[in-house]
Design a protein around this ligand. Structure first.
Ligand SMILES: [Zn+2]
Ligand SMILES: [Zn+2]
Length: 506
C-alpha cells in the first residue's frame, strides 16, 4: 500500500514539474561607471585627479586612489574578476559612464569615442561569446550632460567609433540612432530594454521642458505594450534611476515632470517589467516603486561603480570598486539573488595584493527568502524604526561598498536613506522627510467590474473541444513517461543539484 501511495505521489510530482514553468536559474553581470582616466598617473597629484604635473612626485597605487578616477589597471582588474568569478553568464549589462570626471577642456569628442571604445573592446575580450548590453551614461556625451532632444551623429559615432555596433543586434543599431535607446532579446525570450535616461537628467540643459526628449517615453510605452500583448517580460536597464539620491537631501536626478512621467510608466507596466537595474550613483542601494494604493510593486537595483572616485557632492564620499552578479529566473526575468563583489582599495593602497572578493550575498545578509517588493519594504521599514538595526548598519556599510565600515548616520541621514528608497516622487518624498506617514490604502478586491459573458461563436466551440482533446492526450503521455521514470525523481529534487547556485565564486 505504502509503495502504491509513493508511486502515485511521485507521478503527481513529476507531472507538476512538467506542466508548470519551473524556476530556471540563470546569471548575469552588471558593471557600471568605469570612469576610465587615461591620464591617471601613480605619480600624479590626488588633488588634481592624479594627473601628472610639473615637479610633482606623489605615490599612488597602480590600482587607483579614492580621490581619482579609474586607471586602466583597475578596469582590467575588474573585468578579470568578473571572468574569474563567473566566466559564462547569460549576458552582461553595462550601465554607462566610461569617461572621467575631468574638465571639458581636457576632453574632446574623439577622446570620448576612443575611451568608450577601449572599454568596449576590453569587455568583449573578457566575454567573447556573451551578449553585452551597453547603455550610455551622462558623462559619455561630449560635453558631459548635453544630450540633445532628438537624433544626433553622436549616436552613430558611438556605434562605429566606439564599436557598439559589435554589441547590438543589427536592427537595434538603427533604433539606437534615434536617441540612444534600444531593445534586444535574450535566448529565453525576455525583452531587454536599454534606455537613455540621461535625456531626463536635470543637469541636461538641452532637454528641459521639451515634453518627451528624443521620443523616448512614447517608444518605451509602445515597447512595453507590445511585450504585454505578446505575454513577454522585460528587463529594463539604464544609467540614471528615477527618484532621489539617498546620500544628498532633495537631490532628484530627473526633471520633476520627467520623473513623474517615468514613474507613471513603471506603475502602468509593472506587470510587464520584471527587473530594473541602474548605475550612476556609484553607491549600492535600491528603490521601491509603489502603485497608487501605496503598495510596493517593483524593485530597482542600483549597482555601485568601478571607479573609487570621491564624489564632488559634499558629504557623499568615495567607494570601493564593485561588480555585481545577479541570479535570475530565465523564464520570467525576476531577480532571485545577487552577489556583490568588491576590491578593498585601501588594503591595496597599503601594499596588499589586489584581491577581488565577495562583499556579500543579498538574500543571506538581509535575511530575505525572496528579493520581492513586499519583503524588501519590510526590510526598509525596519531601518526607519530602529536606526541601530544590525541590517541597517550592514546596508550602510555596503552603500559605500565597504569603503566606510563604521559609517556615521544621524537621524536625518537615516530618514534620507529611508525616504529615497521608499518614495520616488516629490510629494511622497517630502512628506516622508517631514515625518508624515504615507497612507497605504487597502487595495479593493473587486475593483474591476466583470465583463458580461459574450456569446461564443460556433467555430470557437470546435476549437475549444479540439484543444481539450490535445491537452488530454498530452496528460496521458506525460503520465505514462512519469510512471516509467518515477524512481529517479528524488535525485531531480536534490538540494545539491547545482554547484553554481550554492557557490557562484567558482
Ligand atoms: Zn558615474
Ligand atoms: Zn552618471
Amino acid at each position: 500500500m505504502t509503495r502504491q501511495i509513493y508511486k502515485v505521489a511521485s507521478v503527481l510530482l513529476c507531472m507538476q514539474s512538467v506542466l508548470t514553468f519551473e524556476e530556471k536559474k540563470g546569471y548575469f553581470w552588471q558593471v557600471s561607471d568605469f570612469h576610465y582616466d587615461a591620464n591617471y598617473s601613480s605619480h600624479g597629484n590626488p588633488l588634481n585627479m592624479c594627473h601628472q604635473g610639473q615637479g610633482q612626485g606623489y605615490s599612488n597605487s597602480q590600482y587607483g586612489n579614492y580621490h581619482c578616477d579609474a586607471p586602466w589597471v583597475l578596469i582590467e582588474s575588474a573585468i578579470n574578476a568578473m571572468v574569474k568569478f563567473h566566466p559564462y553568464p547569460d549576458f552582461v549589462i553595462w550601465t554607462g559612464d566610461s569617461i572621467p570626471h575631468v574638465k571639458n577642456s581636457d576632453l574632446d569628442s574623439l577622446k570620448v569615442y576612443e575611451n568608450i571604445g577601449n572599454v568596449t573592446l576590453r569587455l568583449k575580450q573578457g566575454f567573447p561569446n556573451t551578449t553585452i548590453y551597453p547603455v550610455l551614461g551622462n558623462h559619455d556625451e561630449y560635453p558631459a550632460d548635453h544630450y540633445p532632444n532628438g537624433s544626433t551623429n553622436y549616436y552613430s559615432d558611438i556605434l562605429y567609433k566606439s564599436h557598439w555596433h559589435t554589441l547590438l543586434e543589427n536592427n537595434t543599431a538603427d533604433e539606437f540612432k534615434t536617441g540612444g535607446y534600444y531593445q534586444g532579446h535574450t535566448k529565453t525570450g525576455l525583452v531587454m530594454v536599454g534606455l537613455n535616461t540621461n535625456l531626463l537628467f536635470s543637469q541636461d540643459p538641452l532637454t528641459k521642458g521639451t515634453g518627451d526628449p528624443a521620443g523616448q517615453f512614447q517608444w518605451l510605452r509602445r515597447k512595453l505594450s507590445e511585450a504585454r500583448s505578446l505575454n513577454k517580460k522585460v528587463i529594463l536597464f539604464s544609467h540614471i534611476a528615477p527618484g532621489y539620491f539617498e546620500k544628498y537631501q532633495d537631490l532628484m536626478w530627473f526633471y520633476n515632470d520627467y520623473n513623474n512621467e517615468y514613474i507613471k510608466i513603471l506603475q502602468t507596466f509593472n506587470d510587464v517589467i520584471a527587473t530594473q537595474v541602474y548605475g550612476h550613483e556609484h553607491t549600492d542601494s535600491f528603490r521601491l516603486v509603489k502603485d497608487s494604493y501605496g503598495e510596493p510593486v517593483d524593485i530597482l537595483f542600483l549597482s555601485p561603480a568601478v571607479t573609487p572616485w570621491n564624489s564632488s557632492l559634499a558629504g557623499v564620499g568615495a567607494n570601493n570598486p564593485g561588480v555585481r552578479l545577479y541570479e535570475y529566473n530565465q523564464n520570467n526575468g525576476e531577480i532571485i539573488n545577487y552577489w556583490q563583489y568588491f576590491l578593498n582599495l585601501s588594503s591595496v593602497i597599503s601594499g596588499n595584493p589586489p584581491n577581488w572578493a565577495l562583499e556579500y550575498e543579498a538574500k543571506k545578509v538581509y535575511n530575505l527568502t525572496k528579493l520581492q517588493p513586499l519583503e524588501v519594504l519590510a526590510l526598509v521599514n525596519s531601518f526607519d524604526n530602529d536606526k541601530f538595526n544590525k541590517l541597517y548598519m550592514k546596508y550602510l556599510q555596503f552603500n559605500s561598498v565597504s569603503q566606510d565600515v563604521m559609517p556615521y548616520c544621524d537621524e536625518s541621514c537615516v530618514k534620507q536613506h529611508f525616504c529615497a528608497i521608499s518614495e520616488l516622487e516629490k510629494s511622497g518624498y517630502q512628506s516622508c522627510l517631514h515625518g508624515e506617514i504615507t497612507t497605504h490604502h487597502p487595495r479593493p478586491h473587486h475593483s474591476t467590474p466583470k465583463a458580461p459573458p459574450k456569446d461564443v461563436p460556433k467555430y470557437m466551440e470546435y476549437v475549444i473541444i479540439g484543444l481539450g482533446a490535445v491537452v488530454l492526450l498530452l496528460f496521458i503521455v506525460i503520465a505514462l513517461i512519469c510512471l516509467k521514470k518515477h524512481r529517479f525523481i528524488p535525485n531531480r529534487y536534490s538540494r545539491f543539484n547545482s554547484n553554481l547556485a550554492s557557490n557562484p565564486i567558482n
